[in-house]
Design a protein around this ligand. Sequence first.
Ligand code: XLS
Ligand code: NI
Ligand code: NI
Length: 443
Amino acid sequence: MADTVPTEYFAGISPIHFEGPETDNPLAFRTYDPDRVVMGKRMEDHLRPAVCFWHTFCWDGFDIFGAGPFERVWQADGPTRAGADQRREAAFEFFTKLGTPFYCFHDVDICEASPTATELASNFARAVDDLERLQEKTGLKPLWGTANLFSHPRYAAGGLTNPDPDVAACALRQVRDCLEATHRLGGSNYVLWGGREGYDTLLNTNLKTELDNFARFLSKIIDHKHKLGFKGKILIEPKPHEPMYHQYDYDTATIYGFLKTYGLENEVHVNIEPNHATLAGHSFAHEIATAVAFGIMGSIDINCGNAQNGWDTDQFNLDTRDITLAMIELLPSGGLDTGGFNFDAKVRRQSTDLEDLFYAHIGGLDALASGLLAAADIIEMGQIAAFKADRYAGWTNEFGQFLLDENTSLTEICDRAVAEDREGRHSSGRQEYLEQLVARSLG
Ligand code: XLS
Ligand code: NI
Ligand code: NI
C-alpha cells in the first residue's frame, strides 16, 4: 500500500493555456486556442479532443522485453481497488489541467483487476458511480466508452466472434454494461474495436459463421442502444491485424461492405486511427475520404506509426502535413459531429516523467490545430475545389449525362462515341501544383 493518498498527482504543473507561437514555455499551447473561430466554428468544437485512460493512466511502460519503468504514484498499489481509485483521480486532474473536454475509457481501465465476469460487472458499476462524481466536479464527459474484449484469456479466440457461446455471452454482458454506463455518463459515442475478432489460422476458423454471429450480435447491440434512447453513434474501429494475423474490421471499405451485407450501414459509423490506416497500406486521408464517401464517418483516434518499422507504435502525431491532408477530406463534409480526436497515443517507454504526459498531449493538440488551420486556409482559398470541379465538369455536360442515364445502354454509348469520333485526351492532374498549395498553407 502507498503510505498516503496524494491530494495532487501533478504537483507543480498549472493549467495549460494558449500563449501563442512566440512563447518559449513548453507547458503552453502555441497554436491550439480553443476559442479561436475557424470556418465558423470554435477550434475546440472542431477537434473535440479527448485523452484516453489506457495509454496515459493504465500503462506502466511494460513491453514484451521488460517491466514497466514509469512508477506512477497511482500505479504503486498494482491493479487493486485503491490503485484504481487513485488512477481515476489522477486522470481527472490531468484532464482538467490540460483543459480537454472529453476522455475515453475501456471498462477494465477504470476499475481494479477483475478475474470473473461477475466481479468485473460489480467493480465496473462502482467505478462508474465514481466517474459520475468526478464528471460533476469537472464538467468532463466521455467522447466514448468501450468494452475490452481482448485482454482476458477467455477472449484469446475473440469476443463477439468466439467459437464458444459462453465466451460470446461474457462479451455481450460487458458490452451491455459499458453501453449503458456510457449512456448514463453522457458519452457521445460507443466504440467496438475488434481486437481479436479475426483469426490466426483458417484451419481452425469458420469465417462465415463468425461474421454472421458478429452481425447478429451487432444488431442486438443496436436494438439495445435504441431501447436505452442513447443518441450517440455506435462506431467500429478498423484495424487490419495485430493482435490477430487477420482482423475482420480490416479497413473502412471492408467495414462498409460488412455493414451493407447485413443491412446495418445506417446504424454504424467508423472510428478511424492513422496508425491502423498505415498498417492496412492506406493513408490517414484515404480512410477519412472513404468514410465520408460512404456516409459512415464517426470519430478519430489520433496517433501515428513509425515509418520504418510498420508496427502499431501509437505515437503522438506531429506530422502536420498528414493531418492537413486528412482535414482537407473531413472539413468540407461538415467535420465531426458526435466524433472528436481521441489521443490513442502513448509516450515512449523512456519518457518516464509526469511532465512527459503533458508535453505529448500539448504537442499533439498543437499539431491538430496547425493541421486544422492549414486545411481551412486551403479550403477557403478554393483552388483545390475549383480544380476538382473543372476536372469532373464533363459529367455535368450533355454527353456525360447521356452516359450516366440509367436508360442508356452500353451499345448506345458505344455507337454515339463512334459516330461523334470521341477519342478522349489526357489533361494534366496537376499534382505538383496542388501539393505546392498545401505546402504554402502549411507555412
Ligand atoms: C488498438 C485500438 C484500441 C481501441 C480501443 O489498437 O486502437 O486502443 O481504440 O479499444
Ligand atoms: Ni484506437
Ligand atoms: Ni491502435
